[in-house]
Design a protein around this ligand. Structure first.
Ligand SMILES: Nc1nc2c(c(=O)[nH]1)N[C@H]1C(S)=C(S)[C@@H](COP(=O)(O)OP(=O)(O)OC[C@H]3O[C@@H](n4cnc5c(N)ncnc54)[C@H](O)[C@@H]3O)O[C@H]1N2
Ligand code: MOO
Length: 415
């Protein structure tokens, strides 16, 4: 008698680990990176893409004072009894200092952002004044203004954030907007987690540096550049150790000579089931596990420690190693440190049908269109770098889903 569950489906190792479990395992491995010893205080521009160590409260209110939202006249709305009221034009409100109080029955020319004088509670834009241009100061001019309610075109003190309110939470990934808020609050430097240092090694006797001659059986190293760029864009500090041959002793030497001060060692290739899996062999005797994640591409993975340094062994196919970075290393670092930011997940409609292996989470590459549809680029194979280069998104087909039709909704991550 056969049980439908007795055998793993073809191509899926029995003990495949789920994507979520592997993300958690990578996060556990990297948890020690969240340590006081890995923090630094840097001027704001140096904090871009890094994660804030401590949350903090606003030291000042924004705006710090009530000010005008328009170029126009500051008035006291209580002076306006009719549809239109004539005012004596007061001295213009100077920018950057406290203006004198507004005398009743007068309207003071005020520019956008200038402090509202005491006694004023509204601003009438210059376009609504008669005449609709500012008179020369001190000419005894008069202006007619329409009835205006208190608060009109006034930005109240603290209307953005009040002093003492939470400005940013610890673990926030600092992008331009967050750094802009810090600057607006008058904070010149912040304590962040230092950039994670990656030692990146690509492997394979067949792999040669771009620019060298391509002899029979050789291919150019795409992974080194692809991953270095992906990691650099995510704010990681990457050291390339070059290409290791398939000699495990050479790889060990390379890792020992360059890996000691790395936060994480990442290799590509040499992790599957071939006869010469250099990474597997180089890790013998180290607490490193080689396993299969129920994901396509990027199934074969290595994880553990090499000489006490956290180690991740990504598969050698170019798309597989990029997908491994996006699916495991980025989310794990985001969970542990708060940076890099997670990819933005959006819902999109497939513009064509697809099939996917039942027990694997499939990650296809695609192009999200302005109309909310996503067009798949290339097939599922993990050697398709040209299709990857034409994509702007990863398209997720969760385990358990075997077929999707054109028009079906999928989650995509914007790259
Ligand atoms: N019998 C099995 N064979 C394979 C399995 C399996 O489960 N059983 N898994 C397949 C999958 S899935 C993947 S992914 C690969 C992973 O292989 P490795 O990590 O051992 O990587 P390599 O064999 O070294 O290379 C795979 C592929 O990628 C090319 N490559 C390697 N490095 C680079 C580089 N730096 N730049 C560009 N291309 C690179 C390499 O030439 C191979 O074509 O294993 C499958 N096999
Ligand atoms: O994981 Mo492999 O990446 O399916 O080609």
């Amino acid at each position: 008698m056969t049980s439908p569950h007795r055998h793993a489906p073809a191509g899926t190792p029995r003990q495949a680990r789920s994507v979520a479990r592997h993300v958690a395992a990578v996060a556990d491995l990297l948890a020690p990176l969240r340590s006081e010893s890995r923090t630094e205080t840097v001027p704001l521009p140096g904090a871009l893409g890094k994660s804030l160590v401590h949350g903090f409260l606003a030291p000042v209110s924004l705006p710090p004072f009530a000010n005008s939202q328009m170029d126009g006249y500051a008035v006291n709305s209580a002076d306006m009894h009719d549809d239109v009221t004539e005012f004596a034009v007061a001295a213009p409100v100077p920018a950057g200092m406290r203006p004198p109080s507004l005398a009743r029955g007068t309207a003071a020319p005020i520019m956008t952002g200038a402090m509202l004088p005491d006694g004023a509670d509204a601003v009438v834009p210059i376009e609504r004044a008669v005449p609709d241009s500012f008179p020369a100061p001190g000419t005894g001019a008069r202006v007619t203004l329409p009835a205006t309610a208190a608060g009109t075109y006034v930005r109240p003190v603290g209307s953005d954030i009040a002093a003492g309110e939470r400005a940013l939470a610890g673990g926030t990934c600092l992008g331009p907007a967050q750094l802009g808020l810090l600057a607006a609050l008058g904070i010149p430097e912040v304590e962040v987690y230092r950039a994670v240092r990656i030692l990146l090694v690509t492997t394979g006797d067949e792999v040669v540096e771009p620019g060298k001659d391509l002899t029979a059986g050789k291919i150019y190293d795409a992974n080194g550049t692809l991953l270095e760029a992906a990691m650099a864009q995510a704010g990681l500090e990457v050291r390339r150790a070059g290409i290791s041959t398939d000699d495990p002793a050479e790889l060990q030497k390379l890792l020992r000579s360059q890996g000691a001060d790395a936060d994480v060692i990442v290799t590509t290739g040499g992790v599957s089931k071939g006869a010469y899996e250099v990474v597997r062999q180089a890790m013998e005797g180290q607490p490193v596990e080689f396993l299969h994640v129920a994901m396509q591409p990027g199934g074969p993975q290595g994880i553990g420690m090499f000489d006490g340094v956290p180690f991740l062994g990504f598969p050698g196919n170019p798309v597989s190693c990029l997908v491994s970075f996006e699916m495991f290393l980025r989310p794990a670092l985001a969970a542990v440190l708060g940076a890099p930011a997670l990819r933005l997940p959006v819902r999109a409609r497939l513009s064509q049908p697809l099939t996917s292996p039942e027990h694997k989470h499939q990650v296809r590459r695609g192009n999200l269109q302005p109309d909310g549809t996503v067009r798949l680029e290339g097939g599922e194979s993990s050697h398709l770098v040209r299709a990857l280069a034409g994509s702007n998104a990863l398209v997720h087909v969760p385990a358990g889903v075997t077929e999707l039709a054109a028009g079906d909704e999928v989650e995509v991550w914007m790259l």
